[in-house]
Design a protein. Sequence first.
Length: 264
Amino acid sequence: MRRLRSELGFLAAYFRANLKVALEYRVAFWSNVLAMFLNDVMWVAFWAIFFTRFPQVRGYDLRDVLTIWAVAGLGFGIATGVFGNCSRYAPIVAEGRLDFYLLLPRPPLFHLLVSHMSVSAWGDVLFGLAVYVAVARPSPGELVGFLVVSLAAGTIIAAHATLANALAFWLGHAEGVAQQVMNALLMFSTYPTTLFSGLVRVILFTAIPAGFIAYLPVRFLRDWEPWQRATVVAVALAYAVAAWWVFERGLRRYESGNLMAMRS
């Protein structure tokens, strides 16, 4: 328990430091947040127009699709806002710049992930919260349920991005591959999973875990079956453990760049 409190304190300290750095340029910060928020709103407009012509698609209506976007938006925002390096550390590995994180008395992966913040991600966070509140008008208990499955979705996104970038331990400059893998997850996570069948559907619940972002959370927020929430949380924990395990295996192959680096 003491170790957990220590790591949470470390996370909070890094988050405050990253936020202070971002807010040094307040206009740029809020411009990035607003731009991402408006980008997401444009997709809401697209789906609103689509469902005026087709009121229901494979059991999904406009409310369900907007709930998908709310969960994915909040999950992605938290994943890259708090663990900002999860989707961008492949070059750090390939160029031998991981030494800094290996020399300090903190878990290397955890330290690496929290050392960067994506500013635009907070536009996704605001969008996800705003859309769900506007669409569902939730009670306090329902809002807590939404936050739980969204945090689980964010954990899956961060773990998947970590796994994709860990390819750099084996492939070298793997940032292009990692970005494509991440784009695939984000694309499939914003469409109703019922649109897909057969092998594609199997992939969406295994190699590309979009089904645990776009399907089960929405089913839970529609049906409120406890097993659905428990499944999403369990899968999130499993992916987080898998990401840690693969990263640790990758460290055995890591070659230092012998670079002197100083951070302030």
